[in-house]
Write a protein of this length. Structure first.
Length: 225
């Protein structure tokens, strides 16, 4: 599959060029665009995609920014002790953007405490692979892959511990877990879509050994022929 701007699967994504950092009193989080496209070649930003980036500590909202604006979210006056945090990215695209990724919901969970200088926050980035045509459609029997990467750390305690994929053919009304096989850091599966389905929605949960992880849901991630 060739990479193309805003081609499936568009979603918020992270990049090694702008890794989230924690300092003594604050945190700087950067989600590269609201519409990073399929694979890992591009990090897109589209004004036709709206939504929010939000940071929580427990149930407390610490900061929020619209995804249409600059993707940097800076928060200050954080408690120094190690506490659980959650970075949430929600997006919604209009009809002008196209038929895919109509909504996305991504939750990164991690713990963080005061650091001397600036310390990277190790979060998981998910990249996807599927063979789609120029209209963003795959065949009903097709291969699908996920390549997770922990950005900001190569330590064993921050590494991936598990990955789960769920598929929906009815815009998230029902979900079906897919068996996956991992080879050299990429997890692969084969899809077999029912005859009446027009779209594939995905929900991926990747967990880290440190207790953190990410869950990403993309409604109408790509189409079907």
């Amino acid at each position: 599959m060739g990479d193309r701007w805003f081609g499936p699967i568009t979603r918020p994504r992270l990049t090694s060029a702008e890794i989230p950092f924690r300092g003594e009193y604050g945190m700087s989080l950067y989600v590269t665009g609201n519409a990073g496209d399929g694979g890992s070649a591009h990090n897109g930003h589209a004004n036709l995609v709206s939504g929010t980036y939000s940071l929580y500590q427990g149930d407390k909202l610490l900061g929020q920014r619209r995804s249409e604006d600059a993707p940097t979210l800076d928060v200050w006056d954080l408690e120094p002790q190690k506490l659980p945090y959650q970075l949430i990215a929600d997006t919604k695209s209009g009809a002008e953007f196209g038929p895919y990724s109509t909504t996305t919901h991504t939750e990164w969970n991690f713990t963080s405490g005061a650091a001397e200088g600036a310390q990277a926050v190790p979060l998981v980035q998910l990249d996807y692979g599927t063979d789609v045509d120029a209209a963003g459609r795959a065949t009903r029997k097709s291969n699908f892959s996920i390549t997770p990467e922990v950005l900001g750390s190569s330590a064993a305690q921050d590494a991936l511990s598990s990955l789960r994929l769920e598929i929906s053919y009815d815009d998230g009304a029902t979900w079906h877990r897919q068996d996956m096989k991992e080879t050299k850091g990429t997890w692969q599966t084969s899809l077999s879509a029912p005859h009446r389905a027009d779209y594939v929605s995905i929900r991926v949960t990747a967990k880290q050994r440190n207790g953190g992880g990410v869950t990403q849901t993309v409604t109408r991630a790509f189409g079907l022929k």
